[in-house]
Design a protein around this ligand. Sequence first.
Ligand SMILES: [Zn+2]
Length: 119
Amino acid sequence: MHERSLVLNLLRRVTELTVERGPGRVTEIDVEVGDFAGIEVDLFASAFAQETSEAPWCRPTLQIRRVKLRAECVDCGPVELTGMRFVCPTCGSTELEICGGDDVRLLSFTWATASEELS
Ligand SMILES: [Zn+2]
């Protein structure tokens, strides 16, 4: 399942970022899901719940932000695209470089150290 492999990638990334932090755990993970990422948010959330139900994750909260496709127009700079047309909404140019909204990105996560968890 596509969503499950994206969840596993996400968790692997978070693990890499927390590996040197000592005892503690991730309590919340914030991700951006693009309209063009081609995933079902519900499936993504349920795969996330499944993969994080056991140690060391203990079910962190998942925050999902939906974003539109973003591109950089050679003339206008950053623009947001709507619909299925890869055309600049301001000048009509097709010289666009997609720079977001077509994938799942880790935005941030919350880390609680073991001592914070006890207090
Ligand atoms: Zn433009």
